[in-house]
Design a protein around this ligand. Structure first.
Ligand code: NAI
Length: 274
């Protein structure tokens, strides 16, 4: 269903790799709601992904950018405002990557070159993106910037590895930069803390199947899907949430406030009985 919530709004969407990506679903929903945008991803991801299909479907242009490169980001922001015909109203940062996770390197045995690379891609890229937008004065007043995060920033999920630290850093950047963006440009900055979601990045986490099944059983409303996340993001890009800022917003079917659910308890007790 479409409500025209983003009619006339312009933006940039990072991180659509394939149709499972949260950014992909968000781009489709933003398009349905009347928003126009530029799609971007790392040059290497473009060769693997199917972003052209999405671009065609949503009438968008693609500008490759490695989100760790200031030069790429500067070029992206200036080109996007030119292509879209004005300043931006929304930006989605939907980027995450850990080489330690990818290569199965345990949290207690980090390769710090990889750790640093992961931090740069997953967290510092958010600061770099906002600094570029801020310096180029590329956001309209009452614009909205959203990044995606996970609850391992607050609580221990052992297999989430160094991504937990990256997410804590990302959420802190949202608050710290959000202050200046709000004060100086009337732009809001938030993170959405999303349920486990079967995507390329998500499925890369060790034991993901157990992880997602457990969260499903713990959450009174069940896990939030990628489409649910897209819808929530649309609401944060819309004028209906103008004074929501500096928040880490849990979007997880209630998981984050649960201690234990009946379903998890009975599975546990059954296991003990066997
Ligand atoms: P995805 O794998 O579809 O998206 C991750 C994106 O990051 C890819 O498009 C990838 O090309 C991009 N990326 C990696 N390195 C980059 C670089 N140097 N420059 C620019 N882009 C780069 O997976 P998903 O799940 O849609 O991930 C989106 C966001 O959602 C990430 O921040 C992830 O941590 C977060 N998230 C995912 C959850 C899940 O269970 N899938 C749960 C909570 C948060």
């Amino acid at each position: 269903m479409s409500y025209n919530l983003l009619k006339g709004k312009r933006g940039i969407i990072f991180g659509a790799l394939d149709e499972n990506s949260i950014a992909w679903k968000t781009a489709e929903r933003v398009h349905e709601e009347g928003g126009t945008f530029v799609l971007t991803n790392a040059p290497v991801a473009m060769r693997m992904g199917q972003i052209n299909v999405l671009a065609e479907k949503t009438g968008s242009q693609i500008i490759p950018a490695d989100a760790t490169s200031l030069e790429d980001l500067e070029n992206l922001v200036s080109q996007a405002t030119e292509i879209l015909g004005g300043k931006l109203d929304f930006v989605l940062h939907s980027i995450g990557m850990s080489i330690n996770v990818r290569k199965g390197r345990h949290y207690t045995d980090q390769n710090y070159d990889w750790t640093q690379k992961g931090t740069d891609v997953s967290a510092m890229s958010f600061h770099k993106t906002m600094q570029t937008l801020y310096k180029q004065d590329a956001m309209n007043e009452w614009g909205s910037i959203v990044a995606l995060t996970y609850m391992a920033a607050q609580r221990v999920f052992p297999d989430y590895n160094d991504m937990a630290d990256n997410k804590a850093y990302l959420e802190s950047i949202a608050r710290s930069f959000g202050y200046f963006f709000g004060r100086d440009k009337k732009v809001r900055v938030n993170t959405i803390s999303q349920s486990p979601t079967p995507t390329t990045a998500g499925s890369g986490v060790k034991g993901f199947d157990g992880f997602i099944a457990y969260a499903e059983k713990m959450s009174p409303l069940g896990n939030a899907t990628a489409l649910d996340c897209a819808n929530y993001t649309v609401s944060l890009f819309s004028d209906l949430t103008k004074r929501v800022t500096l928040q880490n917003l849990f979007h997880d079917g209630g998981f984050s406030n649960m201690g234990v659910s009946d379903a998890v308890m009975s599975a546990f007790v059954d296991g003990i009985d066997k």
